[in-house]
Design a protein around this ligand. Structure first.
Ligand code: NAG
Ligand code: NAG
Ligand code: NAG
Ligand code: NAG
Ligand code: NAG
Ligand code: NAG
Ligand code: NAG
Ligand code: NAG
Ligand code: NAG
Ligand code: NAG
Ligand code: NAG
Ligand code: NAG
Length: 814
């Protein structure tokens, strides 16, 4: 099963073997076994087959395949993952029947620890390591028909061209099984496997417990995987036929190195090699967030319209596992359907489908069967087609803002056509999602505590913390003052955070925030979070910490980074955020290689997303917030490359009427500060608009405003863009190396125009963010910009040295 065959040891018959030296060939036959120390290399120099020891184990030897030219020996396949050979006596042979055998201790009679099983007897078999990473056995001279291939026995990695799925004719099933640890390839507890029952989908399990599912395929992608869309890296497909069900992908450019991995924590990630940073970059993660946890909310998700919590008490104690029940029971004959839009379709295990049925027929079929609970189109392309019916409670529904699909749920007649006030309003959905996301760490906490050696009262203590009776150490609460009433955040236990970050180990540091280092934390169940820790003796930092908590705890927007909780215990002040594997925007736009991952549609999406986030800060939230430090490194990218504004340490909250403030302590970052702020300390929503304009130009140009150099003039990026705009060729702002086939001239020009409006000298001339969002998304005529503020670098330096009381804090980018 899976990759690695655990055969009982048996003694090798006396085969005569000549041990060959290490060669650069990719093929071997029965008279050329591979000994420990030898390797074979695929023809294109991409993969190596050989024996290896994981970093930390000196005597355990495994036969595996890894990338030849990538440092760190990223192993993509292991033959004997659960049966290591002790010592270096291993030998890989292909016998005359075409079976591979891994034997050891030949000097003492020899034992076999692993073998393959050819699909049919062979005459003159050879084994070959292909450049795809596939180890195959075939007849000499026949390149196409494999007697056996390693691609059929995946370990934790799905390489391009591999199939994840099953052959319905033979029942043969290929799925991923995680490794125990980064340095232990033996089978771990997680699997990622197609479930063929009902309409197929892929399910990730821990042991036999479902943890995550992709949702059913809808013609374009899986219902719950909005990130699976056309992209510059790979093409994907999901095949459902009478013969086979499988998912597979191919790379657009074979010189890209990219693989899909089920890691030791159960997280499914696409990793792409970055030659620039000499590291693997997480391109996409299947589990988007906590709401992706299987059946987090029990039946009927977050209580869709017409449903209510089954056990209200538990629900209030943020235990949603009992799910929801109908407000009005069904009555077979008199029922109808209510359409819910934008959802991840529920689990399909007990579903029925017909790909050629229309939605009308589908409805009729569902109505006729009293235990049919919902229906939907199977394929959402071309207006929708096919019919999917559910016959059980609807489990693991979730709302997906933009990319969900429609489902029609059976409801009692009296529930149909109710007024929209009973509708589940979109805002409530968002708040709801927030609730889940904010509180879910408590479950982990409970889990951590329950499995740890903590005292028995820890559980009740956590409960109290939820209900707000106590919030950590009383002394700290006193120091935190009246603000504590504003904090409606889950509190984390410092011990759990410590475990998750390896005792705040240096190797977990992923960046530097406004007031201290940011660590990556991996919590008990594999969820990753960003942990921001206030340096112990920073008083200025303490203010910023409080500021950040106060500010962001009240904010929720898809373009703002989410605060999940905090910890205030003794000397420790820690904030816990959703983890952004793609890090800051600066790591993409200013990086020679990474920038290629951002095509124009992505850049345009980022430009728009930041605008919406800023608009929310400025006027759509209950508060008016000036960020004061908007810059590329403070815009983080999520798994889908959605931008999220972060770092609210400098932010100022204004009352309803106030539009402008003044400070003697100018904080912010060079190159992004508006003139009136840098010089006079005057900040307003318009100083943020200025920073936004700078950021847009940087996104388009791929260069920093600060330090921008052009041989023709000594202007900075703003001056450069202004010059080109005046000369009637604004599109030349876009760097040649950034241009690709995807760019849309009219959009680029419009963005540059809007950016120039944002960076005008006079704050009153700059548009506000609602104008910006409007201008970016429509064809309205744009006003002519006037000269930008600060368009030469020199001016800035002069200003700085002549104004002594201004301290310009240069925050180091991560
Ligand atoms: C194995 O290959 C070598 C050269 O590639 C050839 O000389 C030898 O005869 C082959 N052995 C068998 C058993 O086919
Ligand atoms: C190596 O193994 C030891 C014991 O098995 C463990 O304590 C240590 O953390 C491991 N080191 C690394 C780098 O994984
Ligand atoms: C591996 O072999 C060495 C020496 O041959 C022996 O000392 C050691 O105990 C063996 N380890 C295991 C796990 O069998
Ligand atoms: C090898 O395959 C044959 C038929 O394909 C099967 O009968 C046999 O049991 C298999 N052997 C092992 C060890 O799986
Ligand atoms: C593939 O990538 C390489 C290196 O990044 C590049 O030189 C080559 O032009 C690309 N090929 C295609 C077809 O895009
Ligand atoms: C939630 O409720 C279920 C059923 O009532 C119970 O089994 C479970 O332990 C509860 N979970 C937590 C975290 O309290
Ligand atoms: C079911 O609905 C029909 C029509 O609305 C009604 O006549 C009938 O009494 C209902 N039956 C029950 C058991 O409620
Ligand atoms: C699927 O639906 C089509 C169109 O209604 C129908 O002709 C066909 O018989 C159905 N197939 C099955 C297996 O029910
Ligand atoms: C629907 O319910 C009937 C009886 O209650 C049962 O016989 C039938 O198997 C159910 N159908 C499905 C698809 O669950
Ligand atoms: C973390 O620190 C505690 C106390 O300082 C220590 O007991 C523990 O061994 C440390 N754990 C690790 C993984 O370093
Ligand atoms: C705005 O300011 C005016 C006068 O300065 C005041 O009357 C009004 O109440 C203020 N509105 C809010 C929402 O603070
Ligand atoms: C934004 O600007 C427009 C026009 O310049 C104005 O009508 C609108 O009231 C402004 N919005 C805010 C929130 O200031």
């Amino acid at each position: 099963m899976g990759c690695c065959w655990a055969h009982a040891l048996f003694f090798c018959s006396s085969v005569f073997l000549t041990i060959t030296q290490s060669t650069a060939v990719d093929t071997f036959n029965s008279s050329q076994p591979i000994a420990d120390g030898d390797t074979i290399v695929s023809a294109g120099d991409t993969f190596v087959l050989g024996f290896f020891s994981p970093r930390n184990s000196s005597t355990n030897r495994y036969l595996g395949i890894w990338y030849r030219n990538i440092p760190g020996q990223a192993v993509v396949w292991v033959a004997n993952r659960d049966n290591p050979i002790n010592g270096s006596t291993g030998l890989l042979t292909v016998n005359s029947q075409g079976n591979l055998a891994l034997v050891y201790n030949l000097n003492n009679g020899g034992s076999s620890i692993w073998s393959s099983n050819s699909s049919r007897p062979a005459r003159n078999p050879v084994a070959q390591l292909l450049d795809s990473g596939n180890l195959v056995v075939r007849e000499a001279g026949d390149d196409d028909n494999f007697l056996w291939q390693s691609f059929d026995y995946p370990c934790d990695t799905l390489l391009p061209g591999m199939k994840l799925g099953l052959d319905r004719r033979t029942g043969f099933d290929r799925y991923l099984t995680s490794s125990k640890a980064a340095d232990d390839p033996s089978s771990g507890g997680f699997t990622y496997r197609i479930d063929p029952r009902g309409y197929p989908e892929i399910i990730q399990r821990e042991g036999s417990t479902e943890r995550y599912r992709t949702g059913p395929w809808n013609g374009l992608r899986f219902s719950g995987t909005p990130y699976l869309r056309p992209n510059p890296i790979y093409m994907f497909q999901f095949v459902v036929s009478d013969q086979e069900i499988y998912y597979s992908y191919l790379l657009d450019n074979t010189s890209t190195v990219s693989r899909l991995v089920l890691n030791q924590n159960g997280v499914i990630q696409r990793l792409t090699w970055s030659g620039d940073t000499q590291g693997w970059v997480v391109y996409v993660t299947a589990q988007m967030d906590f709401c992706d946890r299987y059946a987090l909310c029990g039946a009927y998700g977050s209580c869709l319209r017409g449903f209510e919590p089954k056990v209200p008490n538990e629900w209030e104690l943020v235990n949603w596992s009992n799910g929801c029940v109908r407000q009005t029971a069904l009555n077979c004959s008199g029922d109808g359907f209510v359409k819910y839009s934008g959802v991840k379709l529920p689990e399909t295990r007990r579903s029925w489908f017909n790909v050629s049925m229309s939605l009308e027929e589908c409805r009729g079929n569902c109505l006729r069967s009293c235990n049919c609970t919902a229906y939907a189109n199977i394929d959402i392309r071309n207006g929708g087609s096919g019919c999917l019916l559910w016959f059980s409670e609807l489990i693991d529904i979730r709302e997906l803002e933009d990319s969900g699909q429609d489902i029609y749920i059976r409801m009692a007649a009296s529930e149909i056509g109710k007024e929209p006030e009973l509708n589940y309003p979109k805002e409530t959905v968002c708040v709801y999602t927030l609730l889940i996301q904010s509180f879910i760490p408590l479950f982990w906490l409970l889990h951590v505590e329950a499995t740890g050696n903590s005292e028995t009262n820890s559980k009740s203590r956590t409960r109290k913390q939820i209900s707000g009776e106590t919030r950590g150490d009383p002394e700290d609460n006193a120091r935190f003052g009246a603000e504590k009433d504003d904090l409606e955040l889950p509190l984390f236990d410092i011990a759990a955070i410590s475990v998750a970050t390896n005792n705040f180990s240096l190797s977990n540091v992923v960046g530097e925030g406004g007031f201290g280092p940011v660590y990556k934390g991996v919590f008990k169940d594999g969820q990753e979070m960003a942990v921001k820790r206030l340096s112990k003796d920073s008083t200025q930092g303490l203010d910023e910490f409080k500021n950040e908590v106060k500010t962001i705890a009240k904010l929720q927007h898809r373009n703002l980074v989410k605060l999940l909780g905090c910890c205030i215990e003794k000397e420790e002040k820690v904030l816990i955020y959703e983890y952004m594997p793609n890090k800051g925007l600066d790591a993409f736009i200013f990086d020679q290689k990474q920038r290629k991952l951002l095509d124009w549609p992505m850049r345009f999406q980022i430009i728009n997303g930041i605008a919406r986030g800023l608009l929310y800060l400025h006027q759509d939230s209950r508060l008016r917030i000036i960020h004061r430090d908007l810059k590329a490194s403070n815009v983080l990218l999520d798994y889908n490359m959605n931008p999220k504004i972060s770092d609210f340490g400098m932010a100022r909250i204004f009352g309803g009427n106030q539009t402008q403030g003044n400070t003697r302590r100018v904080v912010g970052t060079y190159g992004y500060m508006s003139p009136e702020y840098a010089i006079d300390g005057q900040f307003s929503i318009k100083s943020d608009v200025f920073s936004y304009g700078v950021l847009v130009l940087e996104i388009i140009c791929g260069k920093r405003n600060r330090g921008f150099y052009h041989e023709d003039h000594n202007h900075n990026l703003l001056g450069h863009a202004w010059r080109l705009y005046k000369e009637g060729k604004p599109e030349e702002v876009m760097d040649e190396t950034v241009k690709d086939s995807s760019w849309v001239l009219s959009e680029v020009v419009r963005c540059i125009h809007v950016a120039l409006l944002c960076v005008q000298q006079g704050p009153e001339d700059r548009p506000n963010m609602s104008n910006v969002v409007l201008m970016l998304s429509s064809d309205i005529l744009l006003p002519e910009p006037t000269e930008p503020g600060f368009f030469t670098e020199r001016k800035v330096f002069e200003q700085e040295s002549s104004t002594n009381e201004i301290t310009i804090t240069l925050l180091t980018a991560r």
